[in-house]
Every structure is written in structure tokens, then in C-alpha cells.
Design a protein around this ligand. Sequence first.
Ligand SMILES: Nc1ncnc2c1ncn2[C@@H]1O[C@H](COP(=O)(O)OP(=O)(O)OP(=O)(O)O)[C@@H](O)[C@H]1O
Length: 392
Amino acid sequence: MSSKPHQIIGNSTALKATLAKAKKVAKTVLPVLITGESGTGKELFAQFIHDQSRRAQKPFVAVNCAAIPAELLEAELFGYKKGAFSGATSDKDGLFVQASTGTLFLDEIGDMPLPLQAKILRVLQEGEVRPVGAKAVQKVDVRILSATHRDLAEMAEERKFREDLIFRLKGYAIQLPALRERGHDIVKLARAFLKSREDFTGTGLSRDAQTLLMAYHWPGNVRELQNIILAAAVDARRNIFAEHLVGHLPDTVGVEDPNKSVKERITSALQQAGSLALVDLQSRLKIPKPTIHRHLSRMVAEGDVSRSVVSGQTIFALAAPDSEDEMPQLTQRQEQAVALTRALGRITRQELATELGISIRTASRELSALVTMGALGPDGQSGRMAGYRCLF
Ligand SMILES: Nc1ncnc2c1ncn2[C@@H]1O[C@H](COP(=O)(O)OP(=O)(O)OP(=O)(O)O)[C@@H](O)[C@H]1O
């Protein structure tokens, strides 16, 4: 996969669900609030929404509210009149005007000073701005996208962010998944970063490097992955091996941490043992059976873990990292079925058939396929009332 600017790489279930939402909301003029940990691609998604919108040919203006000193931010956003303050030697349009007819992306909105929040609220309500030092207001037609890694609701409780502004910004909310929740996308992204750089296009990723990348928890998400992979590529002659990564990853990698997520613990156990039966995994990790089963099903559905039956016993192993194309792929209809199940909490054959306009027989077949893939599980009811739940 190439990495042209703005291309969003990855086909994990988590990323695809988020992309589908972004595509849908792009066609509207609703303001969108994008949240997610640092480095998860919030700006990339904002650009994507703009590119997919009817405003694609119009300006996309991005401003990082945390990077501009509070006292300059107002002039930057609203513009100013000549003489409004020392240094204002001529009139200047602000970013709202520059983005007019297009999209304004307010990055790190959680860092916006409170007094300015009130002014932003007014623009969103009235659709007009008043440049610093101006008497008259100016009409603007701007679609607002914003992003933050902060918890705005918590900030509102602490009176650090205006609740009414949250409602205005959040016409629609998109939460980006952390990189550690995107399974095999980690390897795809690493490859794409290497490919995108002329200096490293021939560099490959060894299996042990892929396994290490998959086991790490990526607190800095995609940005951290990009930095580490390119730094490791400098040390590698041709292929990147785990040893090249270790020098650039924090010391904590590979050290057993009691706070490690269940997924990470399963990954390291399978990494050490090669393959394990469910009972063996359970006795090693001392995690309750339903919990481990739920995580394994999800890892199987996302293509991180393979499941096979040997002499009547179900055996799990880490999926071969370079068999990207053999990962179980959901069809569009199966994706819809999963989304519906998630939205409704549970679904029956009859409900799925009605919702998707398909026969009950087809609905049954799709549900069975999803159960086999580990995406859905029976909810315990039987007969015509038998329903299915989402396992992740
Ligand atoms: N799915 C993806 N595919 C390709 N590149 C990605 C993806 N996600 C993120 N990136 C790249 O990772 C880097 C960080 O992404 P971006 O700046 O959009 O993250 P962010 O969430 O806005 O970060 P911050 O919270 O620090 O502002 C960028 O170089 C971006 O192009």
C-alpha cells in the first residue's frame, strides 16, 4: 500500500468502523469533534473528512490552538484591523475568513483559553466574526472540525471548558482507536512508512521485528511508530530485525507488567510458546475463561491470532505477520451485521433479515460465518428467539 499524503492506512475492524463514520459525516455540514490519544491521526482524519466533503475544492485551514500563545490566538483566528495593537500595521484576515466556504480545523481545542471559547461559541452560533479592533462584524461560512486528546466533559466539570461549546463542536463525535487496538495495522503502517521514504524503500521487516511491533503498547501511537521505524531503518542494513527496534523502544518493552492488557498478555504468551490450547493459556495467564475467550475471539476476528483444531483441541497461535492478505475479511454485509448487532446489543436471524432486506436463510448463514470468525457469539437464548452478541 502506498502512503500518498492524507491516505489513511489500515484495515483493522476498529479503523474501518471509524473510517465509515468519517465518510458518512463528511457529506453533511455538521461540526465534528475528533477525539483520541495523541498521534492517532486526528489531523489526518480531519483532512480526510474535508477531502470527502462537498467543500473538498475549497480551503482547508488547520490551526493548533495549543501552539499559539493565548494572547495571539484571537488575532490569528478573527483577524485584526490596522492599529488594533502595536504591530498591527495593516488589516489582516483571520483564519475563519481564510477558511470561508471551506473547513477550519481547530486542533487541540481543549487548550483553548476560556475567554476565547466564548468568542468561538458566538461565531458558531451567529456565523460571523469581529476582527480585533473592528466595529463591524463579517459573515463567514465555515465548517468546523475540531480535535483533542483531552476529556472535554471532565474539563467542563472542572469549569475549564464551556459545556455549551462542547455541544456546538460535537455535532458528531468520532473517537479514533489507539494504535494498540488496531492489530495488524501496526505492521501495515510500518511497511508503508518504509516504502514512503526514498532512503528506505528496499528495507524489509523481519518476522521477529513484526512480532515485537505487535507486542508493544504504543503510547505515542502512529507518530511514535513512524519515528521508531525510521530510526531503526537507519541502523538496519537491509531488513529491520527486533534488535534494531529495541535500541529505539523504551526499556519497558517485553518486561512482564501486571497492568498489561489481556491482549498484550495473550500476545506475549503465544509469542513465547508458539501455540497454545485455551486451557494452557488460561493456566499460564490466570485470566477467567470468559474474559480470555472474548479477547481471543476478537484477536482472531482482527487477524492477530489464528485458531485451528488439532485432535479435537482448539489451538491458538499468533497469525503469521506477513500473510496480510489471508486475514479474515468481513464482507460489506457482514460488517453491517456486526454494526447492527453492536447498535442493538443483540440480534436475531429475523431482525437481521428484516434490517438488511435478505432472506432468513441468508441471515442465518451470515450469522454462522460471523460466529466462526469469532466476531459474534450466541447470547444463550434458543429456538426462534436465539440471538447473537458482538464479541468485541
Ligand atoms: N492510519 C494512518 N495512516 C497513515 N498515516 C497515519 C495514520 N494515522 C496517523 N498517521 C500519521 O501519523 C502522524 C500523526 O498523525 P496526526 O498528526 O494526524 O495525529 P494526531 O492525533 O492529530 O496527533 P496529536 O494528538 O499529537 O495532534 C502523521 O504523520 C500522520 O500522517
